[in-house]
Design a protein around this ligand. Structure first.
Ligand SMILES: [Fe+2]
Length: 563
């Protein structure tokens, strides 16, 4: 038996993954256990739980795989007692291999990774100073380089382009700048306008569809970061592209100009600058590599509008966005990279057979006995689950929480930790926002029965990523007024989960029954959590949300539970 544990721990989105006997078994994220959204400074709870659930002794793990994350306050057993079995891999290689293997694309694929920068490399960059001994020993440990090019020529990596052909993945370009500073400036601008709270970049994207073009804003934003085809690198107007940039004349100029305009126009022009920049980049490498498929990973591709643009405008037969596109994807990426690169870091990698699931239900689950015990000891009013009862409750407009199976890996709830609601009521957006204490601007998303999706959406290009809710589509005009609760009313798009019987048989049955009863093969599907908190992780949290009037009824395992 071979056992590889991948982990990502440092700034944000800490997680632990398990690869056993050439099969991806689990990924547990820290946030779900500590109830601290995107927590990154520890992996203690998910690691402990994963070892317990899969009966693993750390002494029997063959390899621990990670990137060189800067670890803060991290004192877990891996660092303390198993350092000799820890292997480090480049952050963007982990993004790339994770996306490629999850896509199951077999050949002729471009893999593009873009994020806010591999902050890990900064640990290395300042390694000499850190080695002086005035910092925590774990940082010294992390400053260990994995490859000569980084050892001798330290820099921060913000993105990469790789090509996968004839069974071999080859990284052809790494970038030391990209669009991360646009994100950063976008967030600063939103903040200056009083748009606060979590997921500011999501709010920016949501507001962008309500704004209009402005030459001054657009010109300034575009100058922040531009792809230069002649040098195949990014150029920036100034030092503001540096990570952590917070001051300086350009920063003030950006904020001041932003404050002279409507926040919706700032958002529109920021989003347009990002889309136009990504378009230049994708077009350049599409021309150069001429691949039929593209895989995307890194935080930039949390932007579903960018993903829609890539899907519809560059002639790719298929696109795939890593479901855990941000750094919560890194632990699995590191484990897969460890498996994929038995000969270490080279310039090209040959595929090795590995069982990667075609779903993301890889998080914490509970046995039937555990669910039974919880229901019978804690819940007052419940009955065995019955599809016809659920259909009637949904038809009557009830807000239904769902807690069944294993939780989803990545930011999207796809039917196992979801809230389901009738999509036909226009008022649902404000009602549900109130019940979830949500101040999001982005609309809610739909789960759609795969058999009828072409009637509802303009799916002229790839649907592959829609299994995971990672791209938008335009809604056909005849459906806009039928499902208003799940449509962006400003541009008539939606971010669907297309549900097949193989991707989630339970949710597929729910949608089928709802379709039979109403003629609408769609349900609103949002994540089961209140605003600012991670998706719930325990049956007791589902029951708490019921008692707190967040949902009207809740499905827990094979039960329907009432307040
Ligand atoms: Fe990243």
């Amino acid at each position: 038996m071979s056992t590889i544990i991948g982990f990502n721990c440092g700034v944000h989105d800490a997680s632990v993954s398990l690869l056993q006997n050439n099969e991806v078994k689990a990924v547990y994220t820290e946030e779900r256990f500590s109830c601290f959204k995107q927590r990154g400074d520890t992996i203690t709870q998910p690691l402990t739980q994963l070892l317990k659930d899969f009966d693993i002794d750390l002494n029997n793990v063959d390899m621990f795989a990670t990137t060189t994350s800067l670890v803060i306050n991290e004192t877990n057993d891996i660092y303390e007692h198993h350092r000799e079995r820890v292997k480090f891999y480049p952050h963007h290689l982990c993004h790339a291999i994770g996306a490629l293997l999850f896509s199951k694309f077999e050949d002729d694929t471009m893999v593009l990774t873009l994020d806010a920068g591999d902050f890990n490399i900064q640990a290395l960059k300042f390694g000499d100073r850190l080695m002086d001994g005035d910092v925590d020993k774990t940082v010294k440990f992390h400053a260990k380089p994995w490859h000569d090019r980084y050892q001798n020529n330290c820099y921060c990596v913000f993105g990469s382009v790789s090509v996968y052909r004839n069974g071999t993945l080859r990284t052809i370009k790494e970038f030391n700048l990209n669009f991360g500073n646009l994100y950063l400036m976008g967030c600063h601008t939103m903040y200056a306008h009083g748009i606060r709270g979590t997921n500011i970049e999501g709010k920016l994207m949501g507001l962008s569809s309500q704004g209009k073009y402005n030459h001054d804003l657009y010109t300034l934003y575009r100058s922040l970061c531009r792809f230069d085809a002649a040098t195949e690198s990014f150029e920036s107007l100034s030092q503001c592209a540096q990570p952590g940039f917070a001051n300086g004349w350009l920063h003030h100029k950006i904020i001041n100009l932003g404050l002279q305009h409507d926040v919706r126009d700032c958002a529109y022009n920021l989003q347009k600058a990002l889309q136009d920049g990504v378009s230049e980049l994708v077009q350049f490498y599409k021309n150069k590599l001429n691949t039929r498929r593209i895989c995307l990973s890194g935080g930039i591709f949390a932007n579903v509008k960018v993903n829609q643009l890539i899907n519809e405008n560059f002639g790719f037969d298929e696109i795939f966005v890593m479901p855990a596109m941000s750094d919560e994807g890194i632990s699995l990426g590191a484990a897969l990279t460890a498996y994929y690169t038995p000969n270490g870091i080279t310039d090209a990698y040959t595929v090795h057979p590995i069982k990667v699931p075609d779903h993301v239900y890889l998080g914490k689950g509970y046995t039937d006995e555990e669910i039974d015990s919880f229901i019978k000891s804690q819940c007052k009013q419940y009955q065995p689950f019955d599809h016809s009862v659920l259909t009637k409750e949904l038809q009557s407009g009830k807000i239904v929480g769902v807690f069944r199976g294993r939780s989803e890996y990545g930011p999207r709830a796809l039917g196992n930790r979801s809230i389901l609601v009738d999509p036909s009521n226009r008022d649902t957006f404000s009602v549900l926002n109130h019940r979830l204490q949500r101040n999001e601007i982005m609309p809610f998303a739909p789960a759609i029965l795969s058999e009828r999706v072409d009637e509802i959406l303009h799916c002229t290009h790839s649907k592959r990523s829609a299994q995971f809710m990672t791209t938008c589509y335009n809604v056909r005009s005849e459906w806009i007024n039928k499902i208003p609760a799940v449509i962006n009313v400003y541009d008539n798009t939606c971010r669907p989960q297309i549900v097949t019987s193989s991707s989630n048989v339970w949710l597929h049955t729910v949608l089928n029954n709802y379709n039979d009863a109403t003629g609408i093969p769609v349900l609103l599907n949002t994540s089961f959590n209140t605003h600012g908190y991670p998706i719930i992780n325990e049956p007791s949290q589902a029951y708490d949300e019921l008692r707190n009037n967040v949902v009207d009824i809740v499905v827990i395992g094979d039960y329907i539970v009432y307040a």
